[in-house]
Design a protein around this ligand. Structure first.
Ligand SMILES: [Zn+2]
Length: 253
């Protein structure tokens, strides 16, 4: 039984077509949104949810996989529009979502700024201003690794640090489905680690993929790439092999 709905959102960024895939998990009691897109994405979320006969005002909870702007950009606005929505995030990520700690993405962008050639600086400045514009919002509940949330047939929290230290993926045992967030992405039909440039700790990210093999995953949903087509466990093993055999480390240096 699959009780999830993929919200496939298409948009343009700097003239390039892009896609993200927030997910809704749902039963009679709860409608739970996982991640919510860039700032001003409420109309796009609404449209994608309506396509599944779901309205945004029926959302009861919103689980955040990590505090990147494509995952929390519309979080504050959603909470303003629908104050009854409970926001849930990993305990290590909550201080960044709440604005208590400075965004790790902002820190990364600021710390690399000085090393950039002059011609790359205007775009980097724009990126920094964009991250600074993300509104903070209180987190209603924090979670940690191995916790099972009781809603919608059970949601297991899988701590998958690497891309960011407080990154989580969600395993739904009832339908053997993993909602990966950015722990893995789909590129040209293949699983990969999210862009190494934005992965704060690549070794940790590979170890997190290794940890996913402890779960009986038959279906895999990536925020970047949507539903994976193929043998998930085999694809995860191949990904780990590619990284641990060194080929991709050399490439990303
Ligand atoms: Zn992302």
């Amino acid at each position: 039984m699959n009780n999830y709905h993929l919200l496939e959102i298409e948009f343009e960024n700097n003239g390039q077509k892009q896609f993200i895939t927030p997910t809704i998990i749902r039963n009679d009691c709860d409608t739970i949104l996982i991640d919510c897109g860039y700032p001003n994405f409420i109309p796009l979320l609404e449209e994608a949810a309506n396509w599944h006969n779901i309205t945004l005002d029926s959302i009861t909870k919103l689980i955040v996989t990590h505090h990147d702007m494509d995952h929390i950009g519309s979080l504050a606005a959603l909470k303003r529009n629908y104050p009854h929505i409970d926001i849930i995030a990993h305990e290590l990520d909550a201080p960044y979502i709440e604005g208590e700690k400075k965004s790790l993405r902002l820190e990364q962008a600021e710390s690399t700024f000085g090393t950039l050639p002059d011609e790359a600086k205007p775009q980097a400045e724009q990126f920094i201003r964009f991250i600074q514009s993300i509104e903070s919002v209180p987190v209603d509940r924090t979670v940690s690794n191995d916790e099972r949330l009781p809603w919608c047939g059970g949601i297991d929290i899988v701590h998958t640090p690497g891309h960011m230290p407080g990154h989580i993926s969600l395993f739904l045992p009832a339908c053997k489905t993993l909602i990966a967030g950015d722990a893995v992405v789909i590129e040209q039909g293949k699983l990969n680690i999210a862009n190494p440039q934005f992965t704060l700790d690549l070794d940790e990210a590979v170890r997190s993929v290794q940890r996913l093999l402890n779960y009986d995953i038959e279906q895999l949903i990536c925020y970047h790439g949507g539903l994976f087509n193929g043998d998930v466990k085999q694809a995860l093993r191949q990904l780990i092999h590619r990284y641990t055999s060194g080929q991709l480390y050399a490439k990303s240096d």
